[in-house]
Design a protein around this ligand. Structure first.
Ligand code: DC
Length: 228
């Protein structure tokens, strides 16, 4: 049977969002990038000058903030539109300030509880490609197909660096590499729902592979599952 819930996990800049969105489109499924939720909470906390180290305040924000996920409202390369308290924060959530703080926010147990509940509710409706760090392990352990998408640190830093430069944010490659290393380290060592491959996930290494090649590989995995 065609897998209805597809979980794609992996480290920062491993290509999860690009691949997840493309696969969802091919299948006519909902594409849900769960990292966006942690980014939106971080972004709103920074806007409101809530100290990121204040776990209680950040958790309360995660539980109460009005964050909406809409279909794209502008034709500027976005995959979706994110509103927080009515303000469009779609690009703000990709800022370096958010990158630098999101791993800390997403390590808070209360923040994860609030986000995981919402993600699970959406995931259980099916026909969804859900992308994150803990989808196959915690959010949807019953997912029909689980993929762990990886790439070398060097390659992931190169991709993120290219994105930044294309957005008009000049930054040294080595700085981006250090940021990615730090984020990986926090994401995989946190106490609650750390980044790790689920036992029954299929490992895909996208180092040196073009996006279309990885999409073909994932579609083959989906097809193999369908034939079972
Ligand atoms: O995939 P991303 O870079 O947009 O994710 C941003 C951060 O959110 C990442 O550093 C870890 C966290 N995250 C998480 O803890 N669990 C998820 N399911 C998705 C993201």
């Amino acid at each position: 049977m065609l897998p209805s819930t597809i979980a794609i996990d992996g480290p920062a800049a491993s290509g999860k969002s690009t691949i997840g969105a493309a696969v969802a489109e091919k299948l006519g499924y909902l594409y849900f990038d769960t990292g966006v939720m942690y980014r939106a909470v971080t972004c709103v906390a920074l806007f409101r000058s809530i100290p990121i180290e204040n776990e209680n305040a950040v958790t309360a924000l995660a539980e109460n903030a009005q964050i909406d996920f809409l279909k794209p409202t502008a034709n500027d390369g976005r995959q979706y539109t994110i509103l927080a308290d009515g303000k469009d924060i779609t690009w703000d959530i990709r800022s370096r300030a958010v990158d630098a703080n999101v791993s800390l926010v997403s390590a808070y147990a209360g923040v994860r509880r609030a986000m995981t509940q919402q993600q699970r509710r959406i995931g259980l409706q099916g026909r969804v490609v859900m992308v994150g760090r803990d989808i196959g392990t915690v959010v949807l352990p019953e997912a029909d197909l689980k993929i762990y998408l990886d790439a070398s640190e060097e390659e992931r830093a190169r991709r993120r660096h290219r994105e930044r430069v294309a957005r008009g944010e000049p930054v040294e490659f080595e700085v981006v590499r250090q940021e990615i290393r730090k984020r990986d380290q926090i994401d995989s060592s946190r106490a609650v729902a750390p980044l790790k491959q689920a036992d029954d996930a299929i490992y895909l290494d996208s180092t040196g592979q073009d996006v279309p090649d990885v999409i073909v590989r994932v579609m083959q995995l989906i097809d193999a599952q369908r034939r079972k």
